[in-house]
Design a binder for this molecule. Structure first.
Ligand SMILES: *[C@@H]1O[C@H](CO)[C@@H](O)[C@H](O)[C@H]1NC(C)=O
Ligand SMILES: *[C@@H]1O[C@H](CO)[C@@H](O)[C@H](O)[C@H]1NC(C)=O
Ligand SMILES: *[C@@H]1O[C@H](CO)[C@@H](O)[C@H](O)[C@H]1NC(C)=O
Length: 207
């Protein structure tokens, strides 16, 4: 009997250690930001793909304090609007680019950035850059993150995290005009309806 009680106590202690350990490592920050879009909010994804749409060179980044003025792949001298919103949310770090190899584990709890310079709502947008991550693929990538969060936190906690701590933003559409519709050589023959309807159709209403 005494042996059984001792065994039970050990099991309880182990369970408590596991729980408090998990809380220590994966405490939710003040907020997580999941960012979809184009070069306006790309934080470096295009550094990892063979694309003509690149920003990982000076003078980009010269006013970006977090990198000490070095380029990061952001298409700007400073912060993107997504970075600024992240700061207002109280993020401990900016949402890292999905394609960065170290965007795993606890780093996901700041949210993740899927944006890609040259991307559009339409799949063909940005073809002239050879490669970019269009909205289709960005959403597929989010599905991968979703699975990683389930593995990291457990299904229930991952859901709670997304509902209570996360915001989602989409900054996209200008390339569908600039690097698709307004390039008649590339697209005129393929558009049989006003482009705005074609763009809207990419997000059919769901019920
Ligand atoms: C990931 O690596 C980059 C570049 O090496 C570094 O700047 C960044 O801080 C790292 N992020 C995390 C979450 O460790
Ligand atoms: C988008 O384009 C890629 C590459 O051409 C293709 O594999 C994919 O099936 C397309 N997706 C849609 C929804 O058309
Ligand atoms: C998302 O991933 C799950 C597995 O984690 C899979 O069952 C589902 O089909 C995926 N959804 C999409 C839209 O890719």
């Amino acid at each position: 009997m005494a042996a059984a009680m001792a065994f039970l106590a050990v099991v309880c202690a182990a369970a408590m250690a596991a729980v408090s350990g998990a809380e220590e490592v994966y405490e939710f920050g003040s907020g997580a930001s999941f960012i979809f879009g184009d070069s306006l909010v790309d934080a470096g994804n295009n550094n990892y793909i063979p694309s003509l749409s690149k920003a990982n060179m000076t003078p980009n980044g010269i006013d970006f304090a977090a990198s000490g003025g070095m380029p990061t792949g952001r298409f700007t001298n400073g912060r993107t609007i997504a970075d600024i919103i992240g700061e207002m949310l109280g993020q401990t770090d900016y949402s890292p680019p999905f394609l960065a190899p170290n965007t795993t584990g606890g780093a996901l709890l700041n949210g993740v950035n899927y944006a890609s310079g040259g991307a559009g709502i339409l799949n063909g947008t940005g073809r002239i850059f050879v490669n970019r991550i269009g909205m289709d693929l960005q959403v597929d990538y989010f599905n991968i993150t979703r699975k990683q969060l389930d593995d990291l936190l457990g299904k229930a906690k991952a859901k709670e995290f997304l509902k209570k701590k996360a915001i989602f933003s989409i900054t996209v559409g200008s390339n569908d005009f600039l690097n698709n519709y307004l390039m008649p050589v590339l697209s005129a023959g393929t558009l049989n309806r006003p482009i705005i309807y074609i763009m809207l159709d990419r997000w059919p209403e769901t019920d």
